[in-house]
Design a protein around this ligand. Structure first.
Ligand code: OGA
Ligand code: NI
Length: 342
């Protein structure tokens, strides 16, 4: 735990060797503005669902097909909930090391609440990521909340509230997607949305952001992700050979399609590669809520989307088979889907 970047950054200059990525994976010169005109990640206003539902569904589907990413505004989650959650995450990462350790210490034999730096396999990594991460499941609350950090004192209250609201929003977006795809509005009930996993990423100011990454290129393996990215930019999406920045919107939320939704939609919806870059002046924080199937959940392309002109692209499998393969290959986007293609 003493390896956490948040404990030693600022003491060590310049960027240590084992944080320097190979030249082709480095962000290089960073511009925060997207380099292709009209290629911004779509922003969708959810506030008019009462009378514009069909139009909103269309926008969500188009964004999911073209980018695999969109942002939502007027999503119904009060600003105060998002602010409170982000504030307790920040407070957590700013605790002294021994308080962070004490805060997550528990007798849970499965250790569902974890704090680490870089990736899960730190000792095997050639290059480390410039980030610390706190992660734990959120749903159902009564099962998992007692295992969450004990400090800051308001952590459980604020994160419970925010995660409940984010889950509700995610389920309502999934309902719009299922309607748009024509697979029945109840498709995403039950096992396929059983879990909410929260990953809080903390990227301290970095001595040389051009040489390293906060998160390297990946796709999210779960169903759908809702991300709070605060007001510091750093998230980038790979589109048509370019990295596009996802600019922070005040109280906007980033939504992206995970591999399971890509598979259920039989490839209609896109699961886009993305990464996080660091910056030298401000710490950045993001909170990713992953709506995730239960391990035993059977995933397959929805029957309604398969016909003579749209042959089935993926075979069925249990989610745990997918996640085992994904993590064994360290999320390598080239091979993640290979065993599941028909
Ligand atoms: C993730 C992720 C991006 C960010 O946690 O999977 O892509 O902006 N995070 O931190
Ligand atoms: Ni991601």
């Amino acid at each position: 735990m003493e390896k956490l970047v948040s404990n030693w950054y600022g003491i060590v200059q310049p960027l240590p060797e084992n944080y320097i990525f190979p030249p082709d994976a480095r962000p290089g010169k960073l511009s925060t503005a997207p380099s292709i005109p009209n290629c911004n990640i779509p922003v969708i206003d959810l506030g008019s669902q009462g009378h514009d539902r069909d139009q909103i569904i269309q926008k969500i589907l188009e964004a999911s097909q073209e980018f695999g990413f969109f942002q939502v505004i007027n999503h119904g989650i009060p600003d105060a909930s998002l602010n409170d959650a982000m504030a307790v995450f920040k407070e957590f990462f700013e605790l002294p090391l021994e308080d962070k350790e004490a805060s997550i210490h528990s007798d849970d034999p499965n250790i569902v609440c974890k704090l680490y730096t870089s990736g899960v396999n730190y000792d095997w990594e050639d290059v480390h990521l410039w980030r610390d991460i706190l992660r734990h499941p959120c749903h159902p609350l009564e099962k998992f909340m007692p295992l969450w950090p004990k400090q800051p004192i308001k952590y459980r209250e604020h994160v419970a509230k925010c995660s409940t609201q984010v889950r509700k929003l995610a389920l309502s977006i999934l309902e719009l997607i299922s309607e748009g795809l024509g697979i029945g509005s109840a498709y995403f009930n039950d096992g396929v949305t059983q879990q909410t996993l929260l990953y809080v990423n903390y990227y301290p100011p970095c001595p040389d952001p051009s040489l390293t990454l906060g998160i390297s290129k990946h796709c999210d393996p779960q169903l759908i992700t809702i991300l709070l990215q605060g007001d510091v930019s750093g998230l980038q999406v790979f589109k048509d050979g370019e990295w596009i920045g996802v600019e922070p919107l005040s109280h906007g939320l980033v939504v992206n399609i995970g591999h399971q939704l890509q598979i259920i939609s039989n490839g209609k919806l896109k699961c886009a590669e993305h990464r996080a870059v660091t910056n030298s002046s401000n710490a950045r924080m993001s909170a990713a809520f992953f709506i995730t199937p239960s391990p035993d959940c059977y995933i397959e392309p929805a029957a309604a989307l398969i016909n003579a002109s749209n042959p089935q692209l993926y075979k069925g499998f249990q989610y745990k088979e997918f996640s085992a393969h994904f993590y064994m290959n360290q999320g390598n986007t080239e091979v993640a889907l290979e065993p599941f293609k028909l």
